[in-house]
Write a protein that binds this ligand. Structure first.
Ligand code: 2Q2
Length: 322
């Protein structure tokens, strides 16, 4: 099965309506921020293959990695406009659906099992419904994520070391509040701008799971992974509501079956790759620094509770008790 993926000059030009429909074949364009080797991209290719098989070629998915179709925020706007059809997104969707912030509250989850119970449970369903209503996208499958860690060029072992530390955070208001409270000077920047920002010294650091640290080659411009593990989160692979709802019943079922199989495939990659990625970062010269996680959690807690709205706090308390 030939799956067209990558190359912004390849693929079809924007049709401007939900998915490109040339008679019998519908084409969905998917933009995301990792590179082609990353588990998100490999899982998306698997998903595209399965969708092609299960719809007898009637639905094709073109995958554009490395923010080729725009930043996460731009692509979410593009889905709304009908120029893009799918993306991979999570807490950034809080800009449209506040409940999405609960996907990545600092120090709310105590590990993968807790996270999985929340995602698969009624809290996860509540967040999915809010995303559907507030963002206009339908979650098809999700990826569990490795914890987010802070990278830097000097070791950072406690919040005291954050004095004057200029760092990038994604477009997630809660992250701005949390890192400001911890003593850093956070600023929002698109993921694809981070490497240059670090290289030019515009920022001193950023925070991400090891797989995206590897995907964006941050090991070339950062020396330390400070093991803050400040966020355990998951992330959805989403399609525009219109694009999904315009499919026939059979095609919707085929897409949902493909999504379930792709999700299992992605979990397998996550579970087998994460340790290898960590070792790869060490082999490339990054030093993993043990930090005082309690101190970071204490420093961020007031900001987290301060910045959450009533609705978000209700969900937050359910998560912490889950
Ligand atoms: O640092 C990044 O840009 C990514 O890890 C994003 O934080 C992540 O994709 C979230 O913004 C998901 O909405």
């Amino acid at each position: 099965v030939l799956v067209a993926c990558g190359g912004s000059d390849e693929g079809t030009s924007g049709s401007g309506d939900e998915g490109e429909d040339s008679g019998d074949t519908i084409t969905w364009k998917m933009g995301h921020l990792s590179n082609e080797e990353h588990q998100w991209h490999k899982t998306a290719e698997k998903f595209a293959e399965l969708v092609d098989e299960k719809t007898d070629g009637k639905l094709q998915i073109e995958i554009y990695p490395n923010e080729q179709l725009g930043s996460e925020t731009e692509v979410l706007n593009g889905i709304e406009a009908g120029t893009v059809d799918m993306t991979i997104s999570g807490e950034t969707m809080a800009n449209w659906a506040p409940e999405a912030a609960l996907m990545a509250v600092p120090y709310a989850f105590n590990g993968q099992e807790h996270l999985q119970n929340v995602v698969e449970g009624e809290i996860g369903s509540e967040i999915e419904a809010a995303v559907k209503d507030g963002v206009g996208v339908t979650p098809l499958y999700y990826h569990i994520r490795a914890p987010r860690n802070l990278t830097s060029s000097e070791p950072i072992e406690s919040p005291e070391d954050l004095e004057g530390f200029k760092m990038r955070v994604p477009n997630v208001p809660l992250f701005m509040d949390a890192w400001e409270a911890a003593g850093a000077r956070p600023q929002v920047m698109d993921f694809s701008e981070v490497f240059t920002g670090l290289q030019q010294g515009v920022i001193d650091g950023q925070e991400n799971p090891v797989d995206l640290i590897q995907s964006a080659s941050f090991f070339e411009v950062q020396d330390y992974v400070n093991v803050t593990e400040h966020v355990y989160s998951w992330i959805y692979v989403v399609v525009g509501n219109e694009q999904f709802n315009s499919l026939s019943e059979d095609m919707q079922t085929a897409v949902q079956e493909a999504a379930a199989e792709a999700q299992a495939y992605g979990l397998e990659l996550y579970e087998t790759e994460t340790a290898e990625i960590e070792q790869d970062l060490k082999d490339k010269g990054m030093e993993f620094v043990e930090v005082d996680q309690e101190a970071f959690a204490e420093a961020m807690k007031p900001a987290v509770e301060e910045s959450l709205t009533e609705v978000q706090l209700e969900l937050y308390n359910k998560i912490v008790e889950a």
